[in-house]
Ligand binder design. Structure first.
Ligand code: URA
Length: 184
């Protein structure tokens, strides 16, 4: 059977390879299967767990606004998470949980083949650039391979409670929008 995003999503639904899968619903990525840009968050929250979709709560609404601010519709991009299941009480995902879920994300990236990967926050950033913090890396483009650039941005949820991060996110999205114009 050909591996597609739909097939991968079905396989995730049946997967019980980490403890979180016993207590939460699977939340696979969604969006344009051929998107030029892919956004990667940390893990689903309450709303995402309820609906089985990434970034549909307050942080997701903010992400939608930021996308709109640079003329991008949500269905033009691909949005996913490192961890595919909500951790209890929305705690940070543990290293083992991130490691166990990583193959799903890697296969999504291999299928979508984005030109630009936007890690949202430090958990996603760490998989692409291991020796730099989000506060140093945000808003800048890093050449990962000949065809893939990583453009880290703060997590929108962090900015919901912090006014200065909010304006930093808006600035970084403008820089992302400008950068995307240069990517074929
Ligand atoms: N935060 C995330 O990192 N991912 C979501 O899907 C929602 C909130």
């Amino acid at each position: 059977m050909e591996l597609t995003l739909d097939v991968l999503k079905e396989k995730l639904t049946a997967w019980k390879g980490c403890d979180l899968a016993k207590t939460a619903n699977p939340v696979f990525g969604e969006g344009n299967p051929h998107a030029k840009v892919m956004f990667i968050g940390e893990a689903p929250g309450d709303k995402e767990n309820e609906q089985g979709r990434p970034f549909v709560g307050a942080a997701g609404k903010f992400l939608d606004d930021l996308l709109e601010s640079i003329g991008l519709k949500r269905d033009a991009v691909y949005i996913s998470n490192v961890v595919k299941f909500q951790p209890p009480e929305n705690r940070d995902p543990k290293p083992l949980e991130k490691e166990q879920c990583l193959p799903w994300l890697m296969l999504e990236i291999a299928l979508v083949q984005p030109k630009v990967i936007v890690p949202l926050g430090r958990h996603a950033l760490a998989y692409f650039l291991s020796d730099i913090t989000i506060s140093d890396a945000h808003g800048k483009d890093f050449h990962l391979t000949d065809s893939v650039t990583v453009f880290p941005i703060y997590h929108p949820a962090a900015a919901l409670h912090n006014g200065s991060l909010r304006s930093s996110l808006a600035t970084d999205f403008r820089a992302l929008g400008d950068f995307l114009q240069t990517v074929a």
